[in-house]
Design a protein around this ligand. Structure first.
Ligand SMILES: [Zn+2]
Ligand SMILES: [Zn+2]
Length: 236
């Protein structure tokens, strides 16, 4: 254990303090949350991209218009309120131990699907981000999930261009920014792959990774993230 990890453990003792509000808990919680803290569950979602649906229908507007490169994407939570705070603390606040609890939520969504992945992989991050953050958040989530579902994690993708952060931009800008920025690190042989990321918003990053994995020889690509956005219906 590194010194920084042991200090974090002193500040946030695992299983005793709520990961949402830091309140002390008399009994450790599986998801790390006390009875007072709640997350926005993703219960009604697009059958393809898994984003939360507001209003009628089985599919979001994007999935109705275009075919996705991935076969299906799912996320247990909506990226709002506490789930957003937790992702922020995990990535920016460097609280790596949260991966275990975030993966516990992801495992719930995974267990509801009839997926039989041969391998798990994760969305790669650029060298600059890796250097400043010190870890790839999606890789940590994949490794924790692997302890729950028993599927091996392999480093199948690499980031070849290190462009700026596109997270705040629109779909078109993100598409242009992410295009050709990821490469496969090995040939695949018709495996079904489970791709892990922290958050799915437009789905553009997951699609680019899925496209690359399929080009490299993957059969199906499923995507699992901790949180996802909610699609408001388009008003005509
Ligand atoms: Zn709490
Ligand atoms: Zn969709």
């Amino acid at each position: 254990m590194k010194i920084s990890d042991s200090i974090l453990n002193l500040l946030f003792p695992e299983g005793i303090v709520c990961i949402g509000c830091n309140a002390e808990m008399s009994v450790p919680s599986e998801y790390g949350l006390c009875g007072e803290c709640s997350v926005y569950k993703n219960t009604r979602f697009c059958r393809i991209c898994g984003r939360g649906l507001v209003g009628e229908g089985e599919y979001c507007n994007d999935c109705q218009k275009d075919k996705r490169y991935f076969d299906a994407a799912r996320a247990p939570l909506i990226y709002e309120g506490l789930s957003r705070t937790l992702i922020h603390r995990f990535k920016i606040g460097n609280l790596k131990y949260l991966a275990k609890y975030l993966a516990r939520f992801m495992y719930d969504a995974y267990s509801k699907e009839d997926w039989q992945p041969d391998l798990m992989t994760f969305v790669p991050i650029g060298a600059r981000n890796l250097k400043s953050r010190g870890f790839n958040q999606s890789q940590l989530l994949a490794l924790e999930l692997s302890k729950l579902n028993g599927i091996k994690v392999k480093d199948l993708l690499k980031k070849v261009t290190d462009k700026e952060d596109f997270s705040k931009q629109g779909r078109k800008e993100r598409e242009a920014g992410i295009k050709d920025s990821v490469e496969a690190s090995e040939k695949l042989h018709k495996e079904d792959i489970l791709l892990i990321d922290d958050v799915l918003t437009t789905g553009v990053t997951a699609e680019e990774c899925a496209k690359v994995l399929k080009k490299a020889g993957a059969n199906k690509v499923f995507v699992l993230t901790f949180a996802t956005s909610e699609c408001k219906p388009v008003l005509y």
